[in-house]
Ligand binder design. Structure first.
Ligand SMILES: [Zn+2]
Length: 219
């Protein structure tokens, strides 16, 4: 085992502490190269070193887009969608990433499709026989782009977790569509008493839909 060994970065060739390794499909990545990737870039076992190299080489083009990116519209709370309709550009990220210029900027005119997906993951129960679930909200973008033709942008910073019961999605969606009045008490019963999870779910679902609408508006 390589507890104190050195590994070689498949992208820059530097030797580094093996403990800091990020595995790629065909090698591993050093922490310095990893720090240059945005949160939208999927640096993990399914990504090749060549994908990473291509992404880093594309950064000069991205910096040019960033230099004229002046978003006048934002949707979301922590993880936001920023839109600059004047320049026809958009990006996902936090305020801190925007200020630090660490965002991937895309062209509205390159966008083919955008949809919101909700992923439900069963969790290991804390109490035996209790059912637990986690929910994640992602925008899936398909676009004309040399490196990131498919983007998965996570809207929630941490998963929305609920105990005992699944979130009753159809009920949430009816509420969103205005067919039912949002009543925490009724919802709490439906969601196994987990009113907080139900409210968080509804919030991220609503924000996700607002992002889809903002992107579909185009330039
Ligand atoms: Zn490296």
């Amino acid at each position: 085992m390589l507890f104190f060994g050195k590994a070689e970065c498949a992208v820059c060739g530097e030797k580094y502490r093996a403990g800091d390794m990020i595995k790629l499909r065909d090698g591993s990545l050093c922490p310095v190269c990893a720090s240059k990737l945005s949160s939208l870039f999927p640096a993990r076992a399914s990504t090749s070193a060549e994908n990473v190299r291509a992404y880093l080489e594309d950064q000069s083009r991205n910096r040019q887009l960033l230099s004229r990116f002046s978003p006048e519209e934002e949707v979301g709370q922590e993880r936001k969608l920023f839109v600059d309709r004047h320049s026809g550009l958009f990006a996902f990220g936090t305020d801190a990433e925007l200020q630090a210029g660490r965002l991937d900027v895309f062209l509205l005119s390159d966008l083919h499709s955008v949809e919101l997906t909700v992923t439900e993951t069963p969790l290991k129960p804390i109490v035996p026989k209790e059912e637990s679930f986690a929910y994640d909200f992602d925008l899936i973008l398909l676009q004309e782009h040399p490196i990131l033709p498919r983007v998965r942008a996570r809207i929630n910073p941490i998963p929305v977790e609920t105990r005992k019961h699944k979130i009753v999605k159809s009920y949430i969606h009816q509420i969103y569509l205005g067919e039912k009045e949002w009543k925490g008490g009724v919802a709490a019963t439906l969601f196994g008493g987990d009113r907080r999870a139900a409210e968080d779910y509804l919030m991220y679902y609503t924000v996700g839909q607002q992002m889809v609408d903002a992107l579909k508006k185009g330039r």
